[in-house]
Ligand binder design. Sequence first.
Ligand code: SF4
Length: 376
Amino acid sequence: MAEVLDLTVLAPQEEVLIAETTSPDIVARIHALKEELRDRVVILGHHYQRDDIVQFADRTGDSFELARYAANLKDREFIIFCGVHFMAETADIVSGPDQKVILPDLKAGCSMSDMARLDQVLDAWDYLDNVIDTTKVCPITYMNSSAAIKAFCGEHGGAVSTSSNNKAIFEWAFNNGFEKIFFFPDQHLGRNTAHFQLGIPLHDISLFDQTQPGGGLHDEELTSARVLLWRGHCSVHQHFQASHPNIMRALYPGIQIMVHPECNFEVVKNSDKVGSTAFIMKTVEEAPAGSLWAIGTEHHLVNRLKHDHPDQFVTTLAPYACECATMYRISPEALLDILEHLKQGEIKNQISVPAETAKWANVALQRMLDITKRAS
Ligand code: SF4
């Protein structure tokens, strides 16, 4: 039976845009403190940050791009990372020993990153070790994971990956003697990469449910799978549903559907383009006037693309605003508070990764950089 599209669930795009305003007094105080501390402080803003934070950022970008940028600013003593916890950890790992990384709100975590705790991963690895030869298993973790998980991967011969280079990292693993990949924490990025980019059949990809004994898998499944996926997901991208592309196509003939690979398998399958944040931004930037886009990624980024490209039609793929609630915790008030403390000589909310963890996490990060460089 043909799918019935419920077009009434889709509000006009203007209705899903959220107005954000900050009092002129706070804006003026942040600018004044920024100016006062300009030789010591750099403010970074992730692409998913709200506009009333982005306005103060010295640089915007994705998490790793920002961390590397900050690390090159050796003269800046303080890196204020307007993003989430794992991003600030990465910045601390790659920055110099005299640089201090600050997260304006310590509650700004990432639900996906929190879905893979080190104790769970160690338990899973121990279990696997009783069933298969784990020296043939390559642990790979998405950038969106804690420093502890990155360190685990570094120490066990694996690497970090991003949504832009996940395919290259998977290929490196299979070309370097590993028979199996254990991918943390985003099952969707792992499945989409393995199946759509590497052509691995779905029956060779198994979901390891960390809440179940043995991952909820039979030993034969653990043995035969080429890719094991940790049961994690992004709570923002999971809102996009396979029916959304069809609704958009019915509403706006000629529209192109472009989604982030953190979206689930069915959404990706039903889309015209899939790629990282950088890919999505570049695609819209290079598209001709009159192009129509329904984009499946975080709402603030979509909103910014819509604003920056008025000659195109840009809207969110979902009928409601899919925004990252934890990113949203970084408020102008929190940023002001950090700057006021720095002015008084107090460092508030510093993120500091223990040395041993940083050492191994850096191994995994460096491996990723080397692989990506060789692959490009
Ligand atoms: S958008 Fe998803 S993956 Fe990114 S920080 Fe938010 S919860 Fe984590």
